[in-house]
Design a protein around this ligand. Sequence first.
Ligand code: ADP
Ligand code: MG
Length: 271
Amino acid sequence: MRLELAYARTRQGLESLRMTAALDALDNVLEAARVQELPGVDVLDRLLEIELAARHDRRVETNLKFAGLPYRKRLEDFDLDAQPSIDPGVISQLATLRFLEEGVNVLLLGPPGVGKTALAVGLGIKALEAGHRIFFIACHDFVTRFRRAARMDREDRLLTTLLRPRLLILDEIGYTPLEQREATFLFEVIAKRYDRAKPMIVTSNKSWAAWGDILPDQVMTAAILDRLLHRSVTLNIQGESYRLREHRKAGLLPQAWTTQKEVPLKRSSSP
Ligand code: ADP
Ligand code: MG
């Protein structure tokens, strides 16, 4: 009778604490403990483990929904052999996510199609799986959303969206030139994240030297690059587009289209 009461109270307790995964597992865990003659602390340990794992998975799912990733390609699916300009050691370092803890920005530079976005997405998914919030935004969408926010006097809300996540991925800087107020807003995002040691992954088809072309003036360019590069790792990715390469391998493109040497980007002087 006493045991039945304790069992009923346990179920009730788990329910009111919304520990649904532990509640679902309760009977199995109790039965396993009985068969294996495990002590009570093992039952608690197992139930908590199950509940925490379920909560982690739910958090990852929710964060994934808000992340705005263009697709879900994992870092493990990135073909490093196809990209000899990338040091595999750097990728495995980044995969440990220490850059997130240390507030180090990751800057991926290179011509179109070499895998900058794919790498950013792969790292973003790693961060999500570790339980972090991330937000992915292409520069074009950044501009569109800023203009909309500015029209409605809601820049603050957009700023919060861009500051809150542990990791912000800003994809494809370089195609869209920024107007003064857009660049000022970008600077605010970058400077505030820098102050809070919250890192960014930035991809660009332009070398640092060419960032002056997309930003309105030199002072702004210098201020942005100063914050971005101070604690950063830069990967200069070179070579031909992965897509074109795959097409060529499939015999869909004439050789001459894809064998032109790409002009390597100027190496940045940052570490
Ligand atoms: P970028 O952002 O540099 O323009 P993407 O990351 O968009 O290039 O890559 C273009 C396409 O090729 C994507 O579908 C991407 O997943 C794929 N891709 C690029 N490089 C690799 C690679 N090394 N291994 C596997 N897929 C790749
Ligand atoms: Mg890209």
